[in-house]
Design a protein around this ligand. Sequence first.
Ligand SMILES: N[C@@H](Cc1ccc(O)cc1)C(=O)O
Length: 424
Amino acid sequence: MSEHILDELSWRGLIAQSTDLDALRKDLDAGPLTLYGGFDPTADSLHAGNLVLLLTLARFQRAGHRPVMLAGGATGQIGDPRDVGERTLVSREVTEQRLEKINVQLAKFVDFDDSPTGAILENNLNWFDEVSALDFLRDVGKHFSINVMLARETVKRRLAADGMSYTEFSYLLLQSYDYLRLHRKYGTKLQVGGSDQWGNIVGGVDYIRKVDAATAHALTTPLVTDSEGRKFGKSTGGGNLWLDPEMTSPYSWFQYFVNVSDDLAVPYLKMFTFLSREEIDELAQLTADKPHLRAAQRKLAEELTTLVHGEDQTRQVTLASQALFGRGELGELGEPTLEAVMAEVPTGEVRLSGEPTIVDLLLAPGLVDSKGAARRAVKEGGAYVNNVKIADEEWRPSAADALHGKWLVVRRGKRTAGGVRLAP
Ligand SMILES: N[C@@H](Cc1ccc(O)cc1)C(=O)O
């Protein structure tokens, strides 16, 4: 028999807070249980930070339960309060446009079949468009205590800083009402979300108990951070890693995961892949014995790229990344792939007529910050052009070196690669 979903989530490090787990286990065992997770359209695309929830919902489905993917057509127009800063209101049209794109992404992670575990796509506009302000204040508002709401961390922080509008203050009620509506419509008994959602989720649990005298559960996943303690899934520049390939290229996506530190590779494999315990244990052992192989990182990057962008893209980006870092043939990269890769790494230009040397090539894309540093890199054996080590400071490229008549791939050390356009 396969492992219980709650035990699986626990060894994967995916449980932060919960209401009574034994009670939830009983309801799951009587399953299929309907659960939900909500996604607000705060941008044109979901991002890596949404992966934990997306995958957790998918894990429940694989374990024989029914996930409801709730798109926040209404809540997205209000905005879940952040720790700092009131959000700017977004028009209804923009929210709708965003939702169209996000719905497609949500649908990728779960199966929509007619079985009792087939996923459901919902939108909370379906009820918020109907309920009047008066009814809302009477039927929902009356069950929420301002005293309790004021004691919430985010609210306290905002009150101490820039304050908060009534609009954002009401968000808790909206999400709580969603849970009630989904409970009534589909018998939804569990809401999952990130640990920052705990208050919003138990708000719904309490509300359902008060008005329907029924038990519903709450489960949160931990906030995932990277090695610098930043929220997981932020690029080095601090921007989000988007699921949309037009916004974050599959190459950058892959590169982010292939570069995670050794101590995070295995925890990430547990949280972000469907690999079994045995497969992950094996990779953990390999990482402990031979960290330089970066086997865990590579598997992580491959799995996540395939999950989000498909196998074909994974093949292309692995090829490109291997070629760029000297473990494959650069000559085998087609022009489109090479161009796509060059769009993702630092690049610069040199003119052949200026008789550039390796020092200029390292400087042009900013792989070093000075001529001195460039010379040092050459001396230390850390300078490469098209994967060939260059040991002579006076080495000069020729037109024939340019890949597809245009690019030199320049690398400093093992990890820093860039491109130099060779102009006449
Ligand atoms: N508040 C959630 C999104 C959400 C919206 C509506 C819900 O009913 C549930 C969750 C977030 O900010 O991530």
